[in-house]
Design a protein around this ligand. Structure first.
Ligand code: GUN
Length: 283
């Protein structure tokens, strides 16, 4: 997909002079967020998308952040705006997300884009859910009529993914069960799944006894766990017991290296699309 996107970027530039631009905003020093933002900026550079880096100190006020977003909303070189979440506690995340112009909301987090997704209108799709769907479809996994069990109900993954998979569309048509921390006897649900998607943010959420033979298992979890043997003192693990489940599953995604790179790819996809629309509207 990134090769396809690089070709699109080159074509857009040659035909219109427009270079897709992504403004990235990171507030504070959260190490995981820093590494995500760096990975996103690197991926932009690799396909010819300009990234505008805005790293702000932890004590940035909500008003300062909103002022920056208003400025970026007006900037014609910026086609997409990404505010890395979570934000520091003193900033109201909802207010910040709602300040992003929906046509620049390449994360698909604004109420306008979420609402469009739910009612099946064309919208910027949130990157992780869209990445999961592309990963499945491009691996030849059939969604039509499949029973997908999602574990996790976040606004970033579980809720939008359930909506996407429900759509009457080739990227949907699944039967979706959405489970969460208050689900009673989680295993009775996951054992029925053709496709299990773990997005709970907790290591060991899905163990081998919870998955039927031949199921497809997608691990959205990214958890830092202490690892004294590693130079940085930690390692990344998903929500799924990978080593045991890989013996049972027909397909399984690793952490790191599975869903994460797809999330970034779909961010690039949305940014390129936003630039194409802007170039078209300028004509
Ligand atoms: N934090 C965790 N996932 C994401 C994401 O996809 N986008 C943004 N902006 N923040 C996140």
């Amino acid at each position: 997909m990134r090769i396809e996107l690089a070709a699109k970027v080159a074509k857009l530039k040659a035909n219109t002079g427009v270079v897709p631009g992504l403004a990235v905003i990171l507030v504070g020093e959260d190490p995981a967020s820093k590494s995500y933002v760096t990975a996103k900026e690197k991926a932009c550079a690799e396909i010819g998308v300009t990234s505008f880096d805005n790293r702000l100190p932890e004590n940035t006020t909500e008003e300062e952040l909103l002022a920056l977003i208003h400025k970026l909303n007006q900037d014609p070189a910026v086609h997409g705006i990404l505010v890395q979440l979570p934000l520091p506690k003193h900033i109201d995340e909802d207010r910040v997300i709602m300040a992003i112009a929906p046509e620049k909301d390449v994360d698909g987090f604004t109420p306008v884009n979420v609402g469009k997704l739910v009612i099946g209108q064309k919208a910027y799709l949130p990157c992780t859910p869209h990445g999961v769907v592309q990963l499945l479809l491009r691996s030849g996994v059939k969604l039509d009529g499949a029973h997908v069990v999602i574990v996790g109900r976040s606004n970033i993954v579980g809720k939008p993914l359930a909506n996407l998979l429900l759509q009457k569309a080739p990227t949907g048509n699944a039967t979706v069960t959405l489970c969460h921390t208050r689900t009673r006897d989680l295993a009775t649900f996951t054992r029925q799944a053709d496709i299990v998607i773990a997005a709970a943010g907790r290591p060991g959420t899905i163990t081998a006894d919870m998955v039927k033979d031949g199921a497809v298992v997608i691990d959205v979890g990214v958890n830092r766990v202490p690892a004294p043997e590693k130079p940085n003192g930690y390692k990344l693990v998903g929500d799924v017991d990978f080593d045991a489940i890989k013996e049972k599953a027909s397909f399984i995604t690793p952490v790191p290296g599975g869903v994460g790179p797809m999330t970034i790819t779909m961010l690039l996809f949305n940014t390129v699309e936003a630039a194409e629309i802007a170039a078209e509207n300028r004509k």
